[in-house]
Structure formats: C-alpha cells, structure tokens
Design a protein around this ligand. Sequence first.
Ligand code: MG
Length: 411
Amino acid sequence: MSPRNLGSLLVGATLLVPVPSQGQLPDGLDAYWAEVSRTVADGDFRGYASLYHPDAVLVSLASGTSVPIARALEGWEPGFVDVREGRAAAEVEFRFTRRLHDAASAHETGIFRYSLRPRGGEASVATVHFEALLVRVDGAWRMLMEYQKGPAPEEAWDAAGESTEAGRGAVGSGPAPRPEDTEVWEPVPRTVRPGRYAGPTSPPDDAIVLFDGSDLSEWVNVRDNTPAGWTVADGVVTVDKSVGDIQTRRRFRDYQLHLEWRVPEEITGEGQARGNSGLYLAFAGDPPGGYELQILDSYGNATYVNGMAGSVYKQHVPLANPARPPGSWQTYDVLWTAPRFNEEGVLESPARVTALFNGVVVQNDVVLKGRTLYRGVPVYRPHGEAPIMLQAHGDPSPPISFRNIWVRPLR
Ligand code: MG
C-alpha cells in the first residue's frame, strides 16, 4: 500500500481516535523506564527480561530483522553477565520526543543511548532512534514491541533532551550509580589468627542437614529450578560456574546456620576475582535477589573491606579478619532474623545478622539496609520465607568448595 492510499484510507474511514492525553503520564510508565535503566546498570538479566511481554517482538530496521524477544535476549544475556560480575559497566538513558498513552497502553518514541565499557577498556556507545509499544498487564507495564530504527546523530540526541518537559523526557538520565560509590576501603579490620580447625562440626539432632557430603537433594539450580548441578565428590561440593547459583528447595524465615567452605590452594586472581562466592541468607528471587554474606579469599587479599569475607556485602564491614589460607576449611555460623513486612508490603522490621567466621564474631546483630546491590544502595522489597542461596560468581579464579551445611529454623 502506498502512503497516499494509506492516507486516504485513514481519512475516509475516520479512524481518528481522541487525541491522546498530553497531561499526566499513566502511573508507573516513567518507573518502567527507570527500571530498564537499573537492570541494565546492575546486569540484572532476569529483571530486564521480565520487563518485556512474553510475546514481545524486536524489530531492527538497521539489521532488517524481526525476531521474538526471547531470541534477542539470548544474544544480550552475556553482556548482562559481564556487568553483573564486574567485567564491564553498562548504562542506558532514554529521551522521548513523543509519548502517546492511555491508562493501559503506550506508544513511546525517542532515542536511547546505551554504553558498554569493559573493565579497563573504552566504552562503546550506541545512540539509537526507537519506538516502543507497551501494554499494562495486571498493573505492570510490559514492552510488546521494541522498534530500533537506526543511529541517531548527536544533534538529535541533544534536541530530544531539550524539547521535552523537565522530568518527563529524560528518564534514567544522570549518571548511573557506579560500583565504586558503595565501596569502603578503610579502616581495614584487624587480622585475627583463628583457633585450629577441629574438623567438621556434627549437626544437632534437630538440624535440617542441607549437605552431608553425599548429594545435593536439598538444592536446585536457581536458573531453572532443576536438580542442583554442582559437583559432588569425596564428601565435598564444588561450585560449577557454568551451572550458576544454587538454592535450597526449602524456605526459611529465622534460623541458625552452619556452613564450611574452602578456597582451593591453587587459587588465582586478586581482589573480588579470587575465590568469590556468597551465602545469600534469604534469596527472594525477584531482583535484587537477596542478602549476601560474602565469601572470598581474604587471606592477604586486599579489596574493599565491605566486600571481604565475613562482610554483609556492601553493607557491613566485618569486625575482624580471621581468614585461613587457601586450601584450609573455614566455618560460618550465622544467626539470621528475616525482615518482616506487613500485608501492604511495607517493612515492619529489618533483617538482622550475627555471624561467626572461624569461630570469631564478624557481625554482631547488625541491621540490614535491604537486599544486596552491586551498584547503588540496598533496597527492601517484600518477601516471605525464602530459600538460602550459594553464589556461583563468574570471576575466572578456580571454584571453591563447601561441606557440612545445616540449618536450624528458629520459631
Ligand atoms: Mg560474592
């Protein structure tokens, strides 16, 4: 159909609908774009993917393709993993030139600017004309079509920033929070030589044994809820980074937990890329997923102190550093008090943690500020009983091992 025919058809059929409101944006639409920016900056792939309608389509004029969003997401996931694991930093900013909407649908036209900077490298930046079609499903905005039209010149980007109303046009603009913004480097907790490791602590008879050396029947893979795929051998389970994080089948509220972990003697890397894992004390799933008691080789390995072993990651520096050298077994004993939320999802009481690392108190009934974030400040989101999660960190150092994991729910 030629444009002329199309025009006459539209006029002839009086397909004109009321001019979309130029007034207030519908609830949650700006928050939607802010969430897109957040998930990109955090490398939160699952969060990002959830912002699309399952039947969404990506149309790219530049590459002349139209594909289901699942296909596009497959291609984008590795970039998110690089960001989440600190190998790269990404951000995206949106500027809109036209916003058509009613309460349940929106057609957004504008330009996005996406940048990806590998650690130690130069950022690559794409500035792209785009349109997005969104629908509101059960109260949540979901993108049904993303139409990438092609590169936008710098003047168009600048003009888009100027031509829109303050507070409406540039969503997610301004610098995204940087990981280093929430690092604390000083003072460094004093080193304590812990007592001798006396061998695995046998669980009390009322404990739920999560791993006794034989199998991972109490655990599933986070990514697809299938039986946990880490390697069990010689009474020890070793992280398989290709499998990803694992979590307990059971859910817990408040508990006492014992866990033993070992960084391999031949560990390589430095800082956060040396024996990194993590004990997520409650892993609610929806991002940001949970509350991390950091696991890392902290024996003579400098990093930010709110990211060393025994830290509540980026929230609470450990009171001491009782780390044993790589190749040694180390113990965590944890008292976890889960946060409480009322029926409206409002926080009623925050989470609290007491933790002993190799028998030395490293966290003394500290109050958590929310779920762990690599970028930005912790946030609370409501959840009930939740699994315990063990992290498969993507750094290239050899994987760590665990054994003798048990928990006693507290009522
Ligand atoms: Mg970790």
